[in-house]
Design a protein around this ligand. Structure first.
Ligand code: 4NP
Length: 150
C-alpha cells in the first residue's frame, strides 16, 4: 500500500498545488501518493493560480493537471500525512478531526525546517510574483526534508 500525503492550504490554487507538484517531482510515486486540497471551497475544479503554474514551470514542474479540491473530514481516513501551509490551515483542519490519531497526522510543513517554531508559508495570493518564488524555495527545501525522512 502506498503512503498517502495531502498538502493543504486555504484556496488550493497557490501554495498547496506547488507543494504537491514539488513533492511529486522528488518522491518515488510507486511508494507514495501525493495530492492537495484547500480548507475553502471557492476554487473547487479550478486550475492552480497562473503565478503558481509559472513558477513551477520555471523550475521544470508541470502542475496543470491539478484541479482545486476542498478538504473534508474523510481525508483523515485516506491520508497518512497531512501537511498544512500555515497556522490558520492547522486550526481549520484539526477542528474537523474526530480523534487524537487524526490530529497526529497533521503537521505544519515548515516544521520540517524550523521544528517547534510554528512558521507559516506566507500566502502569496495578494502579493507580487516574487512571493511565489519565495514560496517555491521554502516548499522545495521542506519537501527535500520530507523525502529524506519518510
Ligand atoms: P492559497 O492562496 O491558500 O495558497 O491557495 C489563496 C488563494 C485564494 C484565496 C485565498 C488564498 N481566496 O480567498 O480566494
Amino acid at each position: 500500500m502506498k503512503t498517502k500525503i495531502l498538502m493543504v492550504c486555504l484556496g488550493n490554487i497557490c501554495r498547496s498545488p506547488l507543494a504537491e507538484g514539488i513533492l511529486k517531482s522528488m518522491i518515488d510515486l510507486d511508494k507514495f501518493e501525493v495530492s492537495s486540497a484547500g480548507t475553502g471551497g471557492w476554487h473547487v475544479g479550478s486550475l492552480p493560480d497562473p503565478r503558481s503554474i509559472a513558477v513551477a514551470a520555471k523550475n521544470g514542474i508541470d502542475i496543470t493537471d491539478q484541479r482545486g479540491k476542498q478538504f473534508s473530514e474523510y481525508d483523515f481516513e485516506i491520508y497518512d500525512h497531512i501537511f498544512v501551509m500555515d497556522n490558520s490551515n492547522y486550526r481549520d483542519v484539526i477542528k474537523r478531526a474526530n480523534s487524537q490519531d487524526e490530529i497526529n497526522k497533521v503537521q505544519r510543513i515548515l516544521d520540517e525546517l524550523f521544528p517547534g517554531e510554528n512558521v507559516d508559508v506566507p500566502d502569496p495570493y495578494y502579493g507580487g510574483d516574487s512571493g511565489f518564488d519565495d514560496v517555491f524555495d521554502m516548499l522545495n527545501k521542506a519537501c527535500e526534508k520530507i523525502v529524506s525522512r519518510l
